[in-house]
Design a binder for this molecule. Sequence first.
Ligand SMILES: [Zn+2]
Length: 469
Amino acid sequence: MPQRSRAKAWVLLFLLLVVAVVGSVSYLAWRQTAPGVQSLTTPPRFLGQKTPFTVVLEARRGNVAKAEVRVVQSGKSTPVAMKDGPLGRLEIPVVVDSAALGLREGSATVEVWARDDFWRPLRREDRAIAGYPVTIDLTPPKIELLAATHYLSPGGSGLVAFRVTGAMRTDVSAGPLTFPSFAFGPADRGARVALIALPWDFEPATPLAIRASDEAGNTAARGIPAEIRPRKFPRDTIEIKDAFLQAKVAELLPQRPTTAPLVDGFLTINRDLRRQAEETKRRVGATTADKPLWQGSFVQARNTKVFANFAETRTYVYGGREIDRQVHYGYDLASTRQSPVPAANEGVVVFAEPLTIYGNTVIVDHGLGLQTLYAHLSSTAVKVGDAVKKGQEIARTGSTGLAIGDHLHYEVLVNGVSVTPLEWWDTKWIRDHIGRPLKEAGLPEISGAEARDEEAAARPAPRPARRRR
Ligand SMILES: [Zn+2]
């Protein structure tokens, strides 16, 4: 081999060697510096007496081999959860039981320790891959009951006044129903009030409570002492005629095939459309002013005759056979056709459109969750957002929706739950059951609803009989 070719071969070999060494070193360096496990979660900022959360980890190379969650406070590190892989994505459910772990109120850190199974030339020391500052808060909110309506009845309303400290969320519950509360009176007193409603079929043993929770998930509850006075509700039978079905099934179910039996259409309307309307009432109930807009008693259209009561259980009969049973949630008031419908009190229109069985409907919000509903209207004179005065004409009566004949279907709602309008038509009831707890709580009273002397206030609520002439 000539001398020059030999030299060339050596150079080539040397270069290959350099490439091999550089390649291996960079490969090993890449292996060594490949990013490890990353945490995809942020734990809650506050840890309470028992706080659950989930830590989600993901390996950027290989799998998560092992992970541990620790709480570190004053230099003491306590494991609270661990899980082994190998998994590309690892979810670790964590429950921090602060008392059992001996954690004190104040600051701490939630640390996530993890390693992957990706091969590296030098094994990494186990270390925290993420640390989150948290605050340990073990003190539940404090609830102080200031005053509440003494006598409540199924299908009736009441008021609760209270003070809560250290809470993020507060509400008042009647069994499964919840009612929002609102800051009320001077800010430095920190008082809140809630209007509550007992549904017509309320069981007297159902708990009534104020509930509060803070950001750390600590909860507190306080029962509301109230005497539940029973109420009886009427029953009625309604005979469904073919002429009525012909008119109403076409009106309320326009897409329905004309060959299907009308009575089936009626049942769809009476059950499904009725339930849809109930859901809408609940939803609209959340749109409410954070202060009372109303003053004094609620007014009723003049010269009207009551021909159906609140919470009347109606049995529907067709062709001599019972086909359905439903509860009627309002008062039916009739006078002449297309007579003016006054707003029962001052408020703001929050709903003005057709509402299934209710036909053309207007809902007026009076604040703190209190609303009035006007249904079967032939025409409406207001739109959503309009402020209305007590007695202002907002609509004309009619027979739209599931109505037999021209009349006004009138309801009072508390956070979407129908209550008897009787109480709100009665100035004395309002003074004794809404004004009095406000007075006892030392809060500003509502104009036209001021509590009178004790003796008058001690008398029970009016009986839900038919109205006196
Ligand atoms: Zn009605």
